[in-house]
Design a protein around this ligand. Structure first.
Ligand code: ZN
Length: 401
């Protein structure tokens, strides 16, 4: 048996009044999604526990079969995994933004989207000046880097995400609680060291924002996840443009398949992702395909872009995988589910349950005939924890209430 988990990020929505109360899933022409729903079993699933943030990190954790309450570890360790940084049991990994501070305020959470090559010089400079046995900086992509500190008390530090406090007085939003002294000292020292760095002098001379401070947040320790092989005896690959999802796949013992042209935005190459998904299924037992574009459209409140992203996902990814079933020697099971809703009228993630469909050839379908929020509400399963879906897919549980 082979398995495909297909995840259009943020695809589910709420009825949009100016489009006759329809959702993008209802309006889009998605014959392959409808085929999966009509010939499979459907329902709704909770991907994000109520008391956790409705983010793709928590939600994709659920869809990969891990109870986020038990295993979710924060963003830092996932990004560490995707960067190939191994954490010892006493180490805590923070996402470390390069930011712009001016006149005591946080001016930009991304230092004007500083490019990787410039950022790398600054992070390596900080490592040289501030790095020691307890402190390690690792350069990442763009403004997104990693700070690893030794000491589990840092798990209790309260750090705010910088994108939530742009424009605020920095003194008011510094880390608090255990470890605050060291974290604050590192931020202050980084400011002193970076202000005068030649990279920043050159950026300012070109009218760009200086990357003159670090901002640690989103910390956690490496989670002890049972791998896909340990849980189900399966090999697998993950296809995504998003580092957090890559990190999850690696921690689950999966291969990360890099697809040329996968951008994480509207221009992502759907056709290539579909082809690589099929190729992965030939080699391995399971493939997890995550596409970010519908979520981006949701954040922008862009109806047309969201509908188009769904139609392209339908044609080039689900279509390619369904076409491949004839060539695969094994039976193929498909799980189709968005990680969360990003409603166009809210423009951010919400906790509402998501629709899902599970299909494998020859299974006895339920009454649902198309794939949408409304149709799925008539399906066999309602509001089940999403981390159980993989158990159902793998035949470990019939999911009966
Ligand atoms: Zn999003």
């Amino acid at each position: 048996m082979k398995f495909a988990i297909l995840v259009p990020d943020g695809a589910a929505d709420r009825p949009v009044e100016r489009h006759g109360g329809m959702t993008p899933l209802e309006a889009a022409n998605t014959p392959n999604m409808d085929f999966v729903a009509e010939n499979g079993i459907c329902g709704t699933a909770l991907t994000v526990p109520e008391d956790m943030p409705a983010g793709s990190d928590v939600a994709n954790f659920s869809l990969l079969g891990y109870d986020p309450r038990r295993y979710y570890c924060g963003r830092g360790p996932l990004e560490a995994a995707s960067m190939g940084v191994r954490l010892s049991p006493e180490e805590v990994a923070f996402r470390c933004n390069l930011v712009t501070a001016r006149d005591g305020r946080l001016e930009d959470y991304s230092a004007g989207h500083i490019p990787s090559e410039e950022a790398r010089k600054l992070i390596l400079f900080l490592q040289e000046k501030l790095g020691d046995n307890h402190t390690c900086f690792h350069p990442g992509v763009g403004y997104r880097h990693l700070l690893v500190l030794r000491g589990l008390h840092y798990l209790e530090s309260r750090c705010v995400p910088p994108h939530d406090v742009v424009g605020r007085e920095i003194e008011e939003v510094l880390p608090e609680g255990p470890g605050e002294e060291r974290l604050r000292a590192l931020m202050r020292l980084s400011h002193r060291l970076l202000c005068d760095h030649e990279v920043n002098r050159s950026r300012e001379a070109r009218g760009m924002m200086p990357a003159n401070m670090i901002w640690p947040w989103g910390q956690g320790k490496a989670p002890q996840l049972p791998t896909l092989r340990e849980k189900y005896g399966l090999t697998g690959a993950v296809i995504t443009a998003v580092d957090l999802v890559k990190g999850m796949g690696l921690l689950a013992g999966m291969e990360v398949v890099e697809v040329p042209g996968a951008t994480g935005y509207y221009d992502t190459d759907y056709r290539a992702k579909g082809a690589y998904a099929v190729d992965s299924l030939r080699r391995l037992d399971l493939v997890y395909v995550h596409v970010e574009a519908p979520d981006e459209a949701g954040h922008e409140g862009n109806w047309e872009a969201k509908v188009e992203a769904l139609e392209r996902f339908d044609r080039h990814i689900i279509g390619a995988v369904l076409d491949a079933t004839v060539q695969l020697s094994d039976r193929l099971c498909i799980l189709l589910a968005p990680d969360h809703r990003t409603p166009l009228e809210v423009r951010t993630h919400v906790h509402d349950p998501v629709p899902f469909a599970i299909y494998s050839p020859g299974m006895k379908p339920d009454a649902v005939k198309s794939f949408s929020e409304k149709a799925a509400a008539e399906g066999r399963f309602q509001a089940i924890p999403a981390w159980k879906l993989l158990d159902i897919l793998a035949g470990r549980e019939d999911g009966a209430p």
